[in-house]
Design a protein around this ligand. Structure first.
Ligand code: GLU
Ligand code: ZN
Length: 464
């Protein structure tokens, strides 16, 4: 059997961590079995769908590196197709028109509630088979089997049995002629030959209804795997409705896609105690068996832990690209020193996110360092002399690297018999306008000889 999975979001909200994880697992499962992964946008709820949500879904998946093999397919492009099938189902008595008014259904619902029964439709139109010739409006309902049961052998939840007598005659076409989610999903899963449906457990109750429709159409029943929820620290469900941040927001905040993918992978799937997985590696070992059966708690600290790991370990070229984008969002002009590659090499170990790094490093590129009055506090009688000496030395040093610069600093400490901070603090103030930041020798190296000379000169003039 060819493995085919799909991610089938309704574009009624932005792509959040729950949806992205579902997509990731479906994609990985397909890749593990050399199958295909399909992106299908379930947009038949036209009023609640938006192009903003569609953009969030596609951009988010692309950013994460979750590449679909087919699609995106849009259900609104196929409305007349679904309607033709519904028509033929009515002809074949697999579905029927229900003319019951809203009022009648409401009365029915209330009376059932009073009797403490499930507020199910009483199937009046299925029994009477009314056929009105006038323009009376109707919905179309599926003739759910009245007896027997549906067994779902869920790959994560285990076997679940649903009694048909508990299930309603599902509406498959609304009053306005629009086919409903539960119908379109079935038709598409059948037509697209989906072998495994991996989705959130909020769809578990739809599964027996969908299986019944598939059966009535004589279609193969796919394998189901329903993923447990992701909850917040209070144990509450994380859902689209919570306005949870768009996945792409993580990119803007300076997270690497690798971190998010690895984090989402571990947020519900495990392989021993291993925490770090490369995508190529997971594509070979991902399985449904090791998906956790209980909900997972979203933890930004853990995500940051992954981000620190990937910032430390990613290739310099790769980070350079991302850092460059971050600086460009901040409108920082990178024409001068430091080179991004040097920034990354010397400073990447200090940050949780690329955005933090860009924010902390933007001062390197700012031309007008304003030395506030703070210098008075740290400058003493021979500070000027020390700085001048430093100026002379760095201008004559042959190799411009941190090691040589450190040697100069060391020599100065010996020569002037001062503590390290008596050199470092004035130098920092004069070079970058503040007294705390990265190791001074690294700052000097990164700024480059030209900038350092210029700033020392300017600073000394100011002090005079
Ligand atoms: N369109 C559904 C949703 O976004 C998912 C359908 C499915 O995976 O079967 O909730
Ligand atoms: Zn009816």
């Amino acid at each position: 059997m060819k493995i085919r999975t799909r991610f089938a979001p309704s574009p009624t909200g932005l792509l959040h961590i729950g949806g992205a994880r579902t997509a990731l697992y479906s994609w990985l499962f397909a890749k593990r079995h050399k199958g295909s992964f399909i992106l299908r946008i379930e947009d038949t709820d036209v009023k609640r769908s938006s192009s903003k949500a569609i953009k969030s879904i596609t951009e988010g998946l692309i950013w994460l590196g979750i590449k679909w093999d087919e699609g995106p397919f849009f259900q609104v492009d196929k409305l007349s197709y679904y309607q033709r099938i519904i028509k033929s189902m009515i002809l074949n008595k697999m579905a029927y028109k229900c003319y019951c008014s809203k009022e009648r259904l409401e009365v029915l619902r209330k009376s059932k509630m009073l009797k403490k029964e499930k507020p199910k439709y009483d199937r009046r139109c299925r029994k009477i088979k009314q056929l009105y010739e006038d323009n009376r409006s109707y919905v179309v309902r599926f003739c759910n089997p009245l007896e027997g049961s549906v067994i779902v052998d869920d790959q994560i939840k285990g076997k679940i049995i649903f009694q048909n007598k508990e299930l309603d005659d599902l509406i498959i076409q609304r009053v306005d002629g629009m086919p409903t989610y539960n119908f379109c999903v079935v038709i598409d899963d059948r037509d697209m030959k989906i072998s495994h449906i991996i989705r959130g457990e909020d769809h578990i109750n739809n599964t027996p209804r969908q299986i019944n429709i598939l059966k009535s159409l004589g279609a193969d029943i796919p394998v189901y795997a329903h993923l447990p929820l992701i909850v917040d620290k209070k144990g509450k469900k994380i859902s689209k409705r919570d306005n949870l941040i768009d996945i792409i927001e993580y990119s803007k905040k300076g997270f690497l896609p690798d971190s998010l993918v690895n984090y989402m992978l571990r947020l519900g799937w495990s392989n021993g105690d291993k925490e770090i997985f490369s995508i190529e590696e997971v594509k070979k070992i991902f399985n449904l068996k090791d998906i956790s059966t209980s909900s997972s708690t979203f933890d930004i600290e853990k995500l940051s832990w992954y981000n620190r790991f990937y910032i430390r370990n990613a290739s310099v070229d790769y980070l350079e690209d991302i850092l460059k984008k971050q600086f460009s969002i901040m409108k920082v002009n990178l024409d001068n020193n430091p080179r991004l590659k040097d920034l990354i090499q010397f400073l990447r170990f200090r940050f949780d996110t690329i955005k933090d790094m860009a924010l902390a490093c933007s001062f390197f590129y700012e031309e007008h360092i304003v030395i506030k009055n703070i210098y008075k506090k740290y400058f003493f009688v021979n500070t000027k002399e020390i700085l001048l000496y430093f100026f002379k030395k760095i201008n004559s040093v042959k190799k411009w690297n941190v090691k040589e610069i450190s040697l100069i600093s060391k020599k100065i400490l010996e020569k002037f018999k001062i503590n390290f901070k008596d050199l470092a603090i004035p130098l920092r103030i004069i070079l970058i306008g503040k007294d705390s930041s990265f190791p001074i020798n690294v700052i000097v190296f990164l700024l480059g000889r030209k900038k350092v000379s210029l700033r020392i000169k300017k600073g000394l003039e100011l002090i005079n």
